[in-house]
Design a protein around this ligand. Structure first.
Ligand code: SIN
Length: 537
């Protein structure tokens, strides 16, 4: 079955929804999302959105903090755009009904939080449930819009490009690199739909599930990067995987983040004996940049042989803690940890992908008609290490910029006739009876990525990981062509490709910078490596 739409949005987090709301003013929008619409990373974001909203703060300071965090490879023009357009995007969210926490008192003023690497309080938040509030309000607006249709439990398989059409004999020459929509699996029925779109926007989030320990939800399997790369889009900086220093360490807790805002409000990192250790690593101590804190914890754990370190906020008192961090308090309590009385056991976990599909200042990739926004994109904002709470900001700013740009492009494209894309051809594929292949390979990838391509890397470890991922990809290829596609298989295929891209970028960068730390090249090399790592199929 074919569905024709002006805009095809792949992903339903803050970037996709915010884009859809603007795009719907100029055309029809189809949003495909592989699980329920609110299952993305946005929904789990606790911290908030960084922006200059206090008279005592300035654009220059936010720009400076972002550049310092990015260790020399942020694109300064992009940093400037994002920081300067931020306040307007926040006020738009307020006008859409998002309820950010306010200071006590008669004046209506945001209760601005602080996080690592920020020289000022500048994080707007809704207690510790910011993402959930933003997602909820955006979904409400989307539901009211007649021009937007949401397809839940639909997973994009691959983009339809000129080369798809050439391969299938529809056009004979590959004259340009353009995208015309995507093949999409309807997970419930197993049918494969052909979405023909004039503009396609990848905003399917990150890839935390490529690592054994992650703060990300299960959907974060790097689909957008994998789909884009397979179609010929450029990918950059995949070696810069951000490990959040503090995720809850508990055998029953899966993916639970302890927000950096806890340290922003005075939380202190301790070793098992109750000693502070961040003083030994950085003058900003517990509020140092994330790469520094995660690496310091890793070193402490390697030195002591302990399984976790501890984060103590109990000195702030029960009333403050329960009011400011209700979600963290309740969740920890459900694991019998009373954070008003005792320190929280924490370990670092894969949290955010600073690299992704390379875009320009409007979110455009190198493929015509294809945009990428949010975590799936590499805009140049984050450089080698993202400053805390800059990601939702980036998603908002680029959603707006991409909507404006694509609306202008759509006006011309409306005259064009869609190329006739062939229906999906399953060939002689049959139902698989060996799903253990999928689960085994999935586990293996996550394990070797954690052990060999984690917080600290070496050339040997990277080479080992490369050999492993190549073997797994061979197996996946065989499986992919022989059996009918399923959600699990598609995710595994994407996860393996993203693992390969991370290993490739990490192996190319012969230095240590920000989130990429290689013991064989422990220092930055500003002569050769003050640049992005860009790769393409
Ligand atoms: C957090 O709450 O620590 C996450 C914020 C972020 O990753 O920007």
């Amino acid at each position: 079955m074919s569905i024709i739409t002006d805009y095809l949005v792949i992903g339903s987090g803050i970037a996709g929804l915010r884009f859809a709301l603007d795009a719907a003013k100029t055309g029809t929008v189809s949003i495909v999302t592989k699980k329920e619409k609110s299952e993305g990373s946005t929904n789990y974001a606790q911290g908030g959105i960084a922006s200059v909203l206090d008279p005592d703060d300035s654009f220059d300071l936010h720009i400076k903090d972002t550049l310092t965090s990015g260790v020399g490879i942020c694109h300064e023009d992009i940093v400037r755009i994002v920081v300067q357009e931020g306040p307007e995007r926040i006020h738009e969210l307020v006008s859409m009904g998002v309820g950010f926490s306010q200071q006590a008192g008669p004046k209506k003023m945001f209760d601005l939080g602080r996080e690592g690497g920020h020289s000022k309080r500048r994080i707007v938040h809704t207690k510790d449930l910011t993402g959930r509030e933003v997602e909820k309000r955006l979904l409400e607006r989307v539901a009211e819009d007649q021009n937007i249709r949401m397809y839940e439990n639909h997973m994009a398989i691959d983009l339809i490009t000129k080369s798809t059409l050439v391969r299938r004999g529809i056009v004979t020459q590959q004259t340009d690199q353009s995208c015309w929509g995507a093949y999409v699996l309807d997970v419930a029925t197993g049918d494969i739909l052909t979405f023909l779109a004039r503009i396609t926007i990848l905003c399917s989030g990150g890839a935390g599930k490529v690592y054994r320990y992650t703060s990300n939800p299960d959907i974060a399997t790097g689909d957008g990067v994998a789909i884009g790369f397979r179609a010929g889009a450029k990918v950059a900086n995949m070696e810069f995987v951000q490990f959040h220093p503090t995720s809850l360490y508990h055998s029953l807790a899966k993916n639970f983040l302890i927000s950096e805002a806890v340290r922003g409000e005075g939380g202190i990192l301790l070793d098992k004996k109750g000693n502070r250790f961040m003083e030994a690593y950085h003058p900003l101590k517990d509020l140092a940049f994330r790469d520094v804190v995660a690496r310091s914890i890793d070193m402490e754990l390697k030195k002591s042989g302990d399984h976790c370190v501890y984060l103590d906020i109990s000195h702030r008192g029960k009333e403050f803690i329960v009011n400011r961090f209700p979600h963290i308090y309740e969740t920890c309590l459900s694991y019998h940890i009373d954070i008003t009385q005792e320190p929280i056991p924490v370990i670092p976990a894969a949290h955010y992908m600073c690299g992704g599909l390379l875009t320009d200042e409007h979110g455009r990739t190198n493929l015509e008609n294809l945009f990428a926004i949010g975590e799936v994109a590499c805009t140049g904002l984050h450089g080698a290490n993202r400053l805390a709470s800059n990601s939702l900001l980036e998603a908002l700013v680029f959603a707006r910029r991409a909507a404006l740009k694509s609306a202008r492009e759509l006006t011309d494209k409306k005259q064009e006739i869609f190329p006739q894309a062939p229906e999906w051809d399953p060939g002689s594929a049959t139902d698989s009876e060996e799903l253990v292949v999928v689960s085994h390979n999935w586990d293996e990838i996550r394990r070797f990525m954690w052990n060999y391509v984690g917080i600290v890397r070496t050339n040997k470890r990277l080479a080992r990981a490369k050999r492993r991922v190549e073997n797994i990809q061979e197996e996946i290829k065989e499986y992919y062509w022989n059996f009918l596609v399923s959600l699990d298989l598609l995710e595994l295929r994407n996860l393996a490709l993203v693992a390969e891209l991370i290993i490739t970028c990490a192996s190319l960068r012969k230095e240590s910078r920000g989130l990429h730390f290689n013991l064989d090249y422990p220092s930055p090399d500003n002569k050769f490596w003050r640049q992005d790592t860009v790769i393409r199929k």
